[in-house]
Unconditional design. Sequence first.
Length: 393
Amino acid sequence: MSQREWIEKDFYKDLGVSSDASADEIKKAYRKLARDLHPDANPGDTAAEERFKAVSEANAVLSDPAKRKEYDETRRMFSSGGFGHGGFAPGSQYTTGGGGFGGGEFNIGDLFGGGTAGDSGLGDLFGGLFGGGRGGTRTPTRPQRGSDVEAETTLPFREAATGATVPLRLTSPASCTTCHGSGAKPGTSPRVCARCNGSGIVSRNQGAFGFSEPCDDCRGTGSIIDDPCTDCRGTGVQNRTRNITVRVPAGVSDGQKIRLAGQGEAGLRGAQSGDLYVTVHVTPDKVFGRNGDDLTVIVPVSYGELVLGTTLSVPTLEGRVGVKVPAGTIDGRILRVRGRGVPKRSGGAGDLLVTVKVAVPTHLDEKATEALTAYLEAEKASGFDPRAGWAGA
Ligand code: ZN
Ligand code: ZN
């Protein structure tokens, strides 16, 4: 492929994405097309095969941020006529193959007659544009770290407070189990592309120009798989449903995110996996509420219990606790039980806050009514006036 072809090709169109598509959009578009057009899925269909090649080539460039930048810049340069006096005007002949200047270097001064590369500054410009053009010494295409994965889980209030082990079912691209992510059939392994020495880039000298472009032999990946793994079609990645167990720490609150390092998407070609982020939702509890690390609970009591005092049996996260209500406790008072709240990350736990709330009987039998009436008389006689000192009296 000549440079002109490279520039005239519309890799974005090949992948069906816009020229400002995100890396993720490109990855998704490529995965889908590669699956649909794969020769294994379309035996004997030469049109599909051509498309498959075009899509692979487009992805090799667009999935690599450096190559994509180079491609974008070069295209922009050409469309804006930045090369000046028709250096690459239609009709110019740039044949592929060796020739020109042997050493992989070119001197722009020769082209413009006199002057030096330093004078024009164009040497730097071309060097930057075409990836160095100095004989394919680029570092090999780096394995790509897997993406982070987001998941959600819902926990009952008490499990969130005490900590829980939650099974999660995740469907995401993961390292192929058959080939362990190499993309090569078990027993074989990918070999370094001989043409580009594993760099994924080939440099050519054509006429006065030297430049780099993605290697055709390996589609810019730097390695060649002679015998692709049939389970992942040589990609090294499979859509897999994973069942994993997530340890949710005690005291997690609604909406909190937990990070599990290395549990995200598998990296390509054995690269590091991404992380898994689990957002925890907490369902409310019938008994408990939360105020930070403090656990709150409302306990119904009778008027008499508040007047005379009592000991209440109050539920906690682990069991129950006896809470002493002193005689003469007013309605709505909050009693604090230290250390019986929600476990803290730093160790220890918050408090249990017990609110007493008077329950008023809506129906009393004759005996209780009589006793209460007698009580009110006695109360009055003892000098108690509920509205004494009340501003509204
Ligand atoms: Zn595989
Ligand atoms: Zn190659």
